[in-house]
Design a protein around this ligand. Structure first.
Ligand code: SF4
Ligand code: SF4
Length: 398
């Protein structure tokens, strides 16, 4: 019923198609207006068999742009899921949507796994199943969960629930530990609940049954904290968007609205603390020239650019905004052999801007944006929380 109503909201203005980075980069993609509201009418009667929805990265730029509030990307997601159900699933996509399972297996032997992943035999096998020939994200020697478990936290009455997500959990734990340090120094106890992957890769690849399983499992764990009124914070903008929007929109699962209403992006939460005078810290002036890139999934949350405001409050910190669109990687998309060229083409404008900027570092919230930027430009990319922590003077030793 909701889908029918949304279809009728489309005024065929094509604004979504103009702003879609894939439409501009790939002739194979029919564009959000066509794949979305136009073809959905045929899908309702099982009459559409075109597969160009598979080119959609789920970046949400169409949703951000649509003047009629049509959830355009939702139609691509549902079309992918329908296509997968009717035509079977690929081994390549199964590997990509189950990244967390591989990370859990690899994490105890991270050094060995990192060497093995890039060995010629394994690379040949990955190429054969359709994974692009580019470096895979390395696993951390000690994952976030182990580091957090070993931490001797100070107990405080105020709590923050932190949802780390797979990339911070297993590849880039420093970001999570930096957030914990700032929160502890600001007299918050940090709770890390027993959660699993938010399900973003499963949603983006049309594995909706798997995504729903993860959603229900996470919501069972998170809703009790939401009901107690504690903020639920994410550093990864895709995890954030999923908790804030996708669980409500796609699954209507028990607790989805409560969790969404308690969700904060880390930058949003820290900025609020700063404005309330709650940050227990003094700033150290931060020299250097930084370029900020806003991930698509942050812009889709409709909360502005809180991390940018946070960084602009640091004395001496010169931070400019890239404002050059999507980086192209879109989570697992840029790791697919048949999508690699499209992903790199989408990111061209951003890569040029970064190279021309002479910035010492790029700052961006999304883990896979950081991977893509470092890979394409050679410029180091960091999470704003880590840069912000560098600028804080406090005594906490974690
Ligand atoms: S989600 Fe992104 S890639 Fe997909 S149709 Fe919308 S703008 Fe295009
Ligand atoms: S932007 Fe919205 S109203 Fe305009 S064509 Fe796309 S879906 Fe329809």
């Amino acid at each position: 019923m909701l889908k029918h109503k949304c279809l009728d909201q489309c005024i065929a203005c094509t604004a979504c198609t103009v702003q879609c980075p894939v439409t501009a980069a790939a002739r194979e993609f029919a564009g959000p207006k066509m794949v979305g509201p136009a073809l959905e009418r045929f899908r309702l009667f099982d009459q559409d068999i075109e597969i160009s929805a598979d080119y959609c990265t789920n970046c949400k730029n169409c949703d951000i742009t649509c003047p009629s509030s049509v959830p355009v990307s939702l139609f691509s997601t549902l079309a992918k899921a329908q296509y997968r159900r009717q035509n079977g699933k690929s081994l390549r996509d199964w590997i990509l949507v189950n990244g967390e399972m591989f990370a859990r297996l690899a994490s105890p032997v991270a050094s060995f796994a990192n060497i093995t992943m890039n060995n010629a035999v394994v690379r040949t096998m990955l190429r054969a199943v359709g994974i692009a020939d580019r470096p895979l994200p390395k696993y951390a020697e000690k994952n976030f969960y182990r580091q957090f478990a070993e931490l001797k936290q100070q107990r405080f009455p105020d709590k923050v629930v932190f949802f780390p997500g797979c990339y911070i959990g297993y590849n880039d734990p420093r970001v999570g530990m930096d957030l914990v340090a700032i929160l502890q120094a600001s007299r918050y106890e940090v709770i890390v609940p027993d959660v699993v992957c938010c399900g973003t890769p499963a949603v983006a690849n049309g594995y909706l049954e798997l995504a729903e399983e993860k959603a229900r499992r996470n919501l069972r764990e998170l809703r009790r904290w939401a009901r107690e009124g504690w903020p639920i914070v994410t550093c990864c903008t895709s995890c954030g968007l999923t908790l804030r929007q996708e669980y409500c929109e796609l699954f209507r699962a028990n607790g989805a609205d409560e969790v969404a209403s308690q969700h904060y992006d880390a930058g949003e939460f820290l900025l609020e603390m700063l404005e309330q005078g709650r940050l227990n810290s003094e700033f150290i002036p931060l020299a250097g020239k930084y370029l900020y890139h806003a991930p698509c999934h942050l812009r889709a949350q409709g909360i502005g650019l809180p991390s940018l405001e946070l960084l602009q409050s640091i004395p001496g910190c010169e931070v400019n905004v890239a404002d050059a669109g999507c980086c192209g990687i879109a989570g697992s998309y840029g790791f697919k052999k048949d999508k690699y060229d499209i992903a790199m083409k989408i990111g061209e404008r951003l890569f040029t801007k970064i190279k021309d900027s002479q910035a010492d570092m790029v700052v961006t919230e999304c883990g896979t944006c950081r991977i893509q930027i470092e890979y394409a430009t050679g410029v180091k990319a960091v999470h704003p929380v880590s840069l912000f922590k560098q600028a804080l003077r406090f005594d906490w030793v974690g």
